[in-house]
Design a protein around this ligand. Structure first.
Ligand code: SF4
Ligand code: SF4
Length: 171
């Protein structure tokens, strides 16, 4: 999957276009709406290792799992990372389930991605989204408490989230 080809016009756009060739609408639709990247991350000052927490960004809607002010997100949250093809390829902390990361790595989207399922709720049903897993938003806790909220699950695929994809693909 390195370039769009006329030989496969029936393939969905994410299987035939490189990230750089996608329209703005296609690019935005690659986000599955999981909200994982909107969890606060902590960086170790010595090792520079990044750890996720189960604390949400101040703008995260922790039920809908989306940004409450997406168009103005960087004005409100200056360290919100704007994803571009180049950024996606260099960020080590994007979750393994992230649609951008999957396509950048030459992989396919999972069965629960809304582009595949046609349903924005499947990302929640599969247990991939942060719904029900956000302990607090960042403006609800003192900074010194953040370290107690470090979690590993945002960098893992939930059990069963991949297997139904295999069943679906082999059907
Ligand atoms: S981790 Fe990826 S798919 Fe999930 S909300 Fe962030 S950008 Fe979208
Ligand atoms: S500003 Fe919005 S998009 Fe950026 S991290 Fe916060 S909730 Fe997510």
């Amino acid at each position: 999957m390195t370039a769009e080809t006329d030989a496969a016009p029936d393939l969905p756009f994410w299987k035939r276009k490189p990230l750089e060739a996608m329209s703005a609408e296609e690019w935005e639709s690659l986000c599955d709406g999981c909200g994982r990247c909107c969890l606060v991350k902590l960086q170790d000052e010595d090792t520079e290792a990044i750890a996720y927490t189960d604390i949400g960004c101040q703008l995260l809607d922790d039920f809908g799992c989306h940004c409450r002010d997406y168009p103005n997100r960087q004005a409100q949250v200056p360290d919100c990372v704007r994803l571009t093809p180049e950024v996606v390829r260099t960020l080590a902390w994007l979750p393994p389930s992230c649609g951008y990361r999957l396509i950048a790595e030459g992989r396919d989207l999972y069965w629960w991605h809304p582009l595949v399922s046609g349903d924005r709720d499947t990302v929640h049903a599969a247990g991939v989204s942060v719904r029900g897993r956000v302990a607090a938003l960042e403006d609800e806790l003192p900074l010194e408490d953040f370290v107690d909220h470090m979690v590993r699950w945002p960098l893992r695929l939930p059990k069963g989230a991949a297997s139904r994809r295999r069943k679906t693909r082999s059907a």
